[in-house]
Ligand binder design. Sequence first.
Ligand code: FE2
Length: 292
Amino acid sequence: MTNLSQTETGIREIAQLVRGQATSDGDGVKLTRVIGGRALADLDPFLLLDEFGSDSSADYIGGFPSHPHRGFETVTYMLEGRMRHRDNQGNEGLLVPGSVQWMTAGRGIIHSEMPEQEEGHMRGFQLWVNLPAKDKMTAPRYQDIAPERIPRVRSANGTEVRVIAGDYVDVTGTVTRGPVEGIATDPLYFDVSLPKGASFEHALASDHSAFLYVFEGQAKIGARAGDAIRGDLAVLSQGDLVSVTAALAATRFILVAGRPLREPVVKYGPFVMNSRAQIVQAVDDYSSGRFA
Ligand code: FE2
C-alpha cells in the first residue's frame, strides 16, 4: 500500500513516482506494467495498468487468446491500432483507435483480445478496476464506446481533454460528462493533451485514489512542481485539486481517480476476489466449465 498524505484539502502533490516494468502477457505481447508489478502492487481500487505500444507486429501479433476474468473490470483504451474482442457469450466487438471498452467481468467471462492488423502501430492502455465485494458475482456487462462518443473539450489555452469517465468541468463551469456509466467506484478517466506552456487544473474528490500517467512530454505536478517524465506514473497525494503544467514540452497524460474500496484483495492471475476460498471456487468453476 502507498502512504498518502493525510491532507484532505489543497493541491495534490506527487506521493510516489513509479516506473513501469517491461514484461509480456497473453501470447507474447510486449507491454509495460505500471500498476500490478513490484513497484506498485495496487492502488485501491486500481489493480493493474499496462501500457502497450509498438510499431513492430512481432510485439503484438500473438494477442490475448481465450482467457477468463472474475471479480473486477477491465478497461481498454486504444490510442492506435485495432483489436477484435470475442467472448464465450457470443459478444463481439472491434476496438478502433480512440475507442474504449469498459468490461465488467463480474461472475465470469472467457474472452480473447486479438489484433485486427498484421502491421502498423498498436498503442493503448489496459486498466483493471476492482469491484466491491457485493458486486463481484454480478452479471457480466460491456460498455463499448466508439471514439465519437468520447467528448473532446478544447480550451482557449490549447488544452484538449477527452472525457472517458466522470465529469469534466471547464474554466467557465460547463460540465461535460463522460459516456461510461454506472461504475461502482465512481471513476474519473481523462486523457489530457497540453501544448508547451499550458496548465491544467481540475477538482478531484478528496478521498479518491488518483494517479497521472505521462505518455508524452513532461509534466510538472502540484504546488511543488514535481517532475513526471514520459513513462512515469505519479501517485497523487490526497487533496481536492490536481494541477499540472507542461513547462518544457507538449505533454499528454491520463488522469484516473476512483473511490477506494478498503476491502481484502486476493489475486490469482485473472481472478481477483476477497478471500482464498473465493479464489479456489473461481478456479474450480472455470475448470469445470461453469463460466460458460
Ligand atoms: Fe482479458
